[in-house]
Each structure stands twice: as structure tokens, then as C-alpha cells.
Design a binder for this molecule. Sequence first.
Ligand SMILES: [Zn+2]
Ligand SMILES: [Zn+2]
Length: 334
Amino acid sequence: MKAAVLHAPRDLRVEATREPSVRSGEVLVRVRAAGVCGTDYRIWSGERPVRYPLVMGHEFIGEAAAVGEGVTRIRPGERLAIEPNYSCGVCDLCREGQSNLCLRRTAIGIDVAGGFAELAAVPERCCWPAPDAIAEEQLLLVEPLAVVVRAVGRGAPRSGESAAVLGVGTLGLLALQVLRARGCRVLVLSRSERRLALARELGAEAAAPLGADAGVGAARAFAGRDGVDLLVETAGTPEAVEVALGLARPGGRVVLTGLPHAPSSVNFFRVVRRELQILGSMIYQREFGEALDLLAEGRVRTAPLITHRFPLEAIADALETHRRPEAIKVAVFP
Ligand SMILES: [Zn+2]
Ligand SMILES: [Zn+2]
């Protein structure tokens, strides 16, 4: 089969490899499409070390080509969304239900071979049969959508509340829609005018540039008080964390779901003085099903988010394109 194999940083070759063998409890997935995200880029560039060779790709969908011994829930031919993280199941965190925090968690496409290939073997519990109502390109966004469903849930939104989203990449544009589905009024803040227009198209009541006051004026005007009830940060930069804390009202909640890799200088005086709640949100626990429901009900639109499409052979171009300002979600088709 064809697979994109990363042999070393920036040494990614599309080559003929052996088909993965399906062990007991596993499903062999014929990959239909795979999304590129920042994590793939960091692995490819060498910023995030992995064990080489590696087939990357953790946001993928496909259909069951074969099932291993003991697989009962999935049948060959079934259309699948892949949940690319599985935990050890036996540690304290797993037993407490916090599987997303498991220290022995395995990430498909990062720790083991993933979806930038024609075929991938994955544990049965990572396979979610996809309702027919969900088109292929909607289904492709289910993994980042599950991340966002959890992030929004961590902020415990109440209907009628004011919310702001910081960052308008894939996660931000999905967060906006999940917050709307939860009944919040949503302000989107970004430095990119083009993205603000898209945010409005996707249902944001307001979309404003992050001006010299880092969005404080826009947040106050939108909320009609000293900041929004709930802030969801998806940008993952050290500056975004600082900006986020300036936008929530006293007693407000700030959910951080981007991964800032560098430290930031945060003014904690404001956190105490305003009793802000800062909540981290890490991937998902049980949110995949909810993400599929939102897609099936048509409450989240994904088509405008997929901006570029490449065949697997052009995966290097796909990774380079991911960093271009006009790219939101880049998709690869094996
Ligand atoms: Zn990702
Ligand atoms: Zn565990």
C-alpha cells in the first residue's frame, strides 16, 4: 500500500509499504481522507520529536476494510470516524474517568502509525460508525470538533450568555458554532479581516479585530458590561493567554484549549481581583459521540473550513500549505 513515511524531520516520502496486519481487537481502515493540523506540522518539522519512521495523520476517516478476531461492534464496509487517542484503561486517571489525561495515552499518527496512508490498523474502540446523514467532508472535521465540544463544555455555557472566541483557525470557527448551538451569543476576535467575515457567515453575532486594546473595547461593547461571561481561547500562543484574561467579566470563565508551547507572562492580579476561572481543556473524554450528533443534526458547518485538498503524493505541499495564512483545514486524500 501507499503511505507517507516520515524518516526524519522534513524527510517525508510517499512509498510502497507493507499492509498493516490486523491483530485481534483491531479494525483495518481504508482511509478516505485525512486532515492536516498544527501537530502534524510540528512533527514534520522536527519541533516535536517522535520515533522514526512514522506514518503521521491523526484526523482521519474511512471505512472498515477488515476486522480482526474478537471485533463485534464494527462490520466490514462500515463508514468510520476515527478517535485517534486511546488510554491505558487501568491507571488512576483512567479509572476516575479522566482518560484524556492518562499518562500512558497512545495517539494514533503520533505514537503509532496513522492515517496518511491507504490503510491503517486501529483498535476497535477508536472506531465510530458514521451516520449516513454526515457527508464525508463534514465527517473529516469530527476530531477537532470533539476537542471543541469538550472545551466549550468545560466553560459550562448557559443559554443567553455572552461568549467570545479568540483565534479563528479550525478550532475557533468550530467553537463559535458549538457555543451558538448551546444558546450563547458569540463575539469572535481575530487579527485577520478575512476570517472575521467567515466567522460572521458561520453565525457570530459580532466579529471584531484585535485592535490596540487587545479586544477589550469590543468585548465590553458586545457584553454590555465589563467583559464576556465566557471566553474560549483556541489560538495557542502565549499572547493569546494574556489577551484572553483581559476579556472576561469579573466572575467569568476562561477556557484555554490552544497549546501554548512557550511560557507567557500573565497578570495574575487580575485573576484574583476578578475571581476569574481559568480552565484547561485537553482533547476529549466522551465527546466524540456528541460531535457526531452535532454534525448529523446540521448544527455545525464544516465545508467552508476545508480550504485546500491534496492527493497523498503531494503531502509535502499539504504541510507547507497548512502554514499559509489563507489555509484553514488542509485535507489529504490517499
Ligand atoms: Zn490535530
Ligand atoms: Zn491510563
